[in-house]
Design a protein around this ligand. Structure first.
Ligand SMILES: [Mg+2]
Length: 431
């Protein structure tokens, strides 16, 4: 049954709706619409100038319409008179294929043709910092190994529980919160669900965490590596694939994961350098992967394209035989493009029987050099963009979102490359 948003506004006491979409760089854009105007907007969408956001459009393009998905409605827990809606982008009466939420829906539809649904859970690590982002929020949080630090966690009890209470109220079934491996870093976990639901929740979680942090005088950042000596912000994704009520990744006797699961993982291994462009989409992302050891003793992020059992030093970990954890992505990844790209690569792996190579039961950080023929991850954003450009698999499966993403990201790289840094002066002034 379709949800009538004007009725929902009356029932729930919603005065305004935020009609929001996520652009190609992961930024959320929105219009604040009074409830009296929502009936028209539900039908035709809210109008935007697409070029003004990170989409591959021009100032000459016609109006872009963000049509809200009423099933995504969330009443802001910190301002219940506002209802948030994830929207799909339309132009000229057609869906904009080069937009993140439409791209994910297209991959889910491709999987559905073979009867598959993908379920995902994400672990969105973030730092609480000073408002200007230059220091962690808690000067007393200085332990060398701060992971699970009870004292530091409880000093931020008010922020963490306000976010967790919101998730409880929204029915996301959050189940644990902790201080993570970097000083000032936290992680909050909620239940996995269908990939589109998780993607909408991930987009909303970032908005929620940032909003609550601001209310308490802090800043929540998902930046991949905000502090060079500390562990970065990962966005590990747990993935399972279903046919009806059957999890087709479920391992049989003596298996780590099913043969179908191995094919999916083989697809991720095959497309990993190209996936990095989507999962590690910023210049800063490459300071998290391939990184030197942090002060806590490990980066917890992968540096090579390998898979394993319950071992956190590889790109793919199979903690139990019913799912795998993809550890490549970071906090800058687009909540919609990440699962879209992972599903595209996984479907290719299954269809073509891609061999993921042997399960490696070694500490990849210390023994990685002993294994021959292991693929490396891109060392910087430009290498990743070139890998995505060269990827027939992702190009064919994801369609027009890939050239649009590449165009904007190449422009961003060029902007970065023109930027003069202090490091260059320090190392080159006396040349
Ligand atoms: Mg973590």
């Amino acid at each position: 049954m379709s949800i009538d948003l004007a009725d929902a506004a009356r029932e729930k006491g919603i005065k305004y709706f935020l009609i929001a979409y996520t652009d190609l760089f992961g930024s959320q854009r929105a219009k604040l619409v009074p409830a009296s105007a929502i009936a028209e907007m539900q039908k035709n969408g809210a109008g935007f100038a697409g070029f003004a956001t990170w989409l591959d459009m021009t100032p000459a393009d016609p109006d872009l319409f963000a049509v809200p998905d009423p099933t995504s409605l969330i009443q802001l827990p910190w301002k219940p008179e506002v209802g948030w809606l994830a929207a799909d982008l339309w132009m000229d009466g057609k869906p904009v294929l080069a937009s993140p939420r439409n791209a994910l829906k297209a991959q889910l539809a491709r999987a559905a043709e073979s009867g598959f649904t993908m379920k995902t859970g994400v672990e969105c690590e973030f730092f609480l910092t000073s408002p200007d982002g230059t220091a962690i929020s808690d000067a007393a949080d200085t332990q060398t190994k701060p992971c699970y630090d009870q004292q530091a966690l409880m000093r931020r009890y008010d922020v963490i529980t306000e976010i967790c209470d919101a998730m409880l109220e929204l029915g996301w079934k959050p189940y644990q919160n902790d201080h993570e491996d970097a000083n000032g870093q936290f992680e909050m976990n909620w239940n996995y669900d269908d990939a589109l639901i998780t993607a909408d929740r991930q987009a909303f979680f970032k908005f929620l965490a940032k909003s609550v942090a601001e209310k308490h005088g802090f800043r929540a950042t998902f930046m991949p590596k905000p502090f060079a000596n500390l562990t970065g912000n990962g966005c590990h994704m747990h993935v399972s694939l279903w046919k009806g009520k059957t999890n087709v990744f479920e391992a049989g006797e003596g298996e780590t994961i099913s043969a179908t699961g191995l094919g999916f993982i083989g697809g991720l291994i095959h497309s990993a350098p190209a996936l990095a462009a989507i999962c590690n989409p910023t210049v800063n992302s490459y300071k998290r992967i391939n990184a030197p050891r942090t002060t806590s003793g490990a980066t917890w992020s992968p540096s090579s394209v390998t898979w394993t059992g319950n071992n956190r030093t590889h790109m793919i970990r199979v903690p139990e035989g019913n799912r795998f954890e993809f550890r490549l992505a970071d906090g800058a990844t687009n909540p919609y493009l990440m699962p879209a790209a992972v599903l595209a690569a996984g479907l290719d792996g299954m269809a073509n029987g891609r061999d993921p190579g042997p399960r490696l039961d070694i500490n990849m950080y210390t023994q990685g050099h002993t294994v021959k023929g292991v693929k490396a991850l891109p060392l910087n954003l430009l290498d990743a963009l070139r890998a995505l450009e060269a990827s027939d698999v992702l190009g064919a499966a994801l369609g027009p979102v890939v050239p649009a993403f590449l165009k904007l990201k190449h422009a961003e790289w060029n902007d970065y490359a023109r930027h003069l840094t202090q490091w260059e002066r320090d190392t080159t002034l006396d040349c």
